[in-house]
Design a protein around this ligand. Structure first.
Ligand SMILES: N[C@@H](CC(=O)c1ccccc1NC=O)C(=O)O
Length: 303
């Protein structure tokens, strides 16, 4: 018997291949070959980190919990103030790559303007699960709030998978932590907010997400099913995506923005022209970059 299975299988594998492509950010980069993209990104990040550590006062590997991987680097402006704004960055890498040691892109431009910058590490897969990572990010915020109780606001920024973890903090319940971090802004850059499609890609291999895991950890879904009442903090939430991010990444950002808006959060959406999934963050090493300027405006217009 022919016919039935063959076409179905082919159709299925074409869909799987398309999904794989949509969720492979390097394949949408036009400024260089896909295979060079991640190396360049990591190179830029580790160079920025070396420079930040050489030129800024810093505290490295500060533990925010008892776990081996529960560390953050904190970088300070020249003039010391007990009441500075804090900026916490969560790196991306599909919850399975990346580290704080190559993610200090924005330290120099932000500390130059008086912002304390923290770069958080978390246990990537396969060591960590999504539930653990989300708890680690929550505890890192609680730690910062306790360490700097008179801060002028905590601004939480994540890239890609890090934007997902940042977005999960909109749904966090702080009562069990005993302190509510003074969150004054979210910057979600080229993020993923619905994890279900990823279950069907190679990215899920180290993550082992089953449907319930994907759903429980999807801020898009969790906000959609939430009753129409105000959720989360009253602060601005900026959803940003690069022009050369894939159509699926554009869809995810737009739909998440729409949902944030619908549940009553102060959301805004911006597509940044001329940048892809990677240089959208690489360019944060520069003071005159458009996203650097957006971040500084978010911090200083709300003070
Ligand atoms: N293998 C992936 C790598 C990737 O997606 C990535 C790499 C560094 C920082 C963020 C990334 N994406 C999502 O977290 C790619 O195809 O680009």
């Amino acid at each position: 018997m022919g016919g039935g299975q063959g076409p179905f299988k082919r159709e299925h594998s074409e869909r799987a291949q398309e999904l794989e492509k949509q969720y492979s950010p390097s394949r949408w980069v036009i400024r260089m070959k896909a295979e060079d993209v991640v190396n360049t990104f990591v190179g830029t990040g580790s160079q920025a980190t070396r420079k930040a550590r050489a030129t800024r006062r810093s505290q490295l590997d500060v533990p925010y919990g008892d776990g081996e991987g529960e560390k953050m680097d904190i970088y300070f402006p020249d003039e010391d103030s007990k009441a500075s704004p804090l900026f916490l960055f969560i790196h991306g890498g599909y919850w399975q790559s990346g580290s704080k040691d190559d993610s200090a892109f924005m330290v120099n431009p932000l500390t130059a303007q008086g912002v304390v910058v923290a770069i958080v590490a978390y246990d990537i897969a396969p060591r960590g699960t999504l539930d653990l990572m989300r708890d680690q990010v929550a505890r890192s915020l609680v730690f910062l709030q306790r360490r700097y109780p008179s801060n002028k606001g905590i601004y939480l920024c994540g890239h890609s998978a890090g934007a997902h973890l940042a977005a999960m903090m909109l749904l966090a319940s702080w009562t069990k932590h005993g302190v509510t971090p003074n969150l004054q802004g979210f910057l979600l850059v080229s993020g993923i907010y619905d994890l279900e499609p990823l279950m069907h890609t190679s990215q899920n291999a180290p993550l082992h997400m089953a449907l319930e895991d994907a759903q429980r950890n999807s801020p898009q879904r969790c906000l959609e099913v939430t009753p129409a009442r105000p959720v989360g903090p009253a602060c601005p939430v900026l959803v940003v995506v690069g022009q050369y991010d894939s159509p699926e990444f554009h869809r995810q950002s737009r739909e998440f923005y729409e949902t944030l808006h619908r549940v009553g959060l102060k959301a805004s959406f911006q597509e940044l022209p001329g940048v892809d999934h990677f240089d959208i963050i690489e360019n944060l090493t520069r003071e005159d970059d458009i996203l650097t300027q957006i971040i500084l405006k978010t911090i200083f217009l709300s003070l």
